[in-house]
Design a protein around this ligand. Structure first.
Ligand code: SF4
Length: 260
């Protein structure tokens, strides 16, 4: 399998692209076609990316048969935070130091979560042909574990609150992962329903916690993702990018070009 940058260098779709078009087609155009640079990055995004890097470092160490220390993970967080090249937009009362302390507290919880399986792969890229008339869907699976002889997909997230049941059930990301797992022939996977995907949500609370939410997908849901991807691509080719003004505009990085 090619690397993620190689897959993304070719025409492709991703779950992020599809979700962006569904939330606001004009935002999709600014982000993916016009490629307008963001003036600043919300702190939550940089924080989530940096915690994600620390969790990937934890899984990678375990893949190599080592147990990382808290300092190892915290260092990985700090390197990723420092790598953000754009200005980081802090919320009222937020400081980088307070976020750094929060990250450490969250990583303590992650490090002590009982390990339920053997690590098979970390940051595994995938490419799925959804339909002949559209580019492939590409992405990266955070972690593939083997539990009781079966592959389990783990998706790391950070969030301020528990995911709703609807998000766990309907999010397109697990659908893409389940389809990819089937194509990759992972252990114990004979049909899409065999694939267990777990949202491992690290909660950013005064007392951090993990909300581990298993889910599965069906053929109907795979067909739905295919249908939505075809519709998004058709809209893109036809130049259909209406604005969807609403609550999300308040934090949209494209507020300025959108109001001109
Ligand atoms: S400001 Fe609102 S309408 Fe404009 S691109 Fe952003 S989300 Fe869409």
């Amino acid at each position: 399998m090619s690397t993620a940058p190689a897959l993304r260098s070719e025409p492709h779709l991703s779950v992020s692209q599809i979700s962006t078009w569904l939330s606001c087609p004009r935002k999709y155009r600014f982000q993916y076609l016009d490629k307008i640079p963001w003036p600043a990055v919300p702190s939550a995004l940089t924080f989530g990316t940096a915690v994600h890097a620390a969790l990937a470092a934890m899984s990678q160490a375990r893949l190599e048969g080592e147990e990382p220390s808290l300092d190892d993970l915290h260092d990985a967080y700090r390197v990723a935070w420092a790598a953000e090249s754009k200005p980081i937009e802090l919320k009222d009362g937020e400081t980088p130091e307070a976020l750094d302390a929060m990250a450490r507290a969250m990583l303590v919880v992650a490090l002590h979560q009982p390990s339920a399986g053997r690590v098979l792969a970390v940051e595994e890229p995938f490419r799925i042909e959804l339909a002949p008339s559209i580019p492939p869907l590409v992405g990266v699976i955070d972690l593939i574990e083997e539990r009781d002889g079966r592959a389990v997909i783990v998706e790391h997230k950070t969030a301020g609150q528990r995911f709703t049941e609807q998000r766990v059930t309907d999010d397109y990301q697990p659908t893409a992962y389940a389809m990819a797992s089937l194509e990759m022939g992972l252990p114990g996977v004979k049909s899409i329903e065999d694939v267990e995907v777990r949202f491992n949500v690290l909660l950013k609370l005064k007392k951090p916690a993990i909300d581990d939410r298993p889910t599965r997908r069906s053929r109907r849901q795979a067909d739905e993702l295919r249908e939505v991807a075809l519709a998004v691509w058709a809209a893109r080719e036809a130049g259909i990018f209406p604005p969807n003004r609403g609550w999300a505009c308040a934090t949209c990085p494209f507020r300025a070009p959108c109001s001109r």
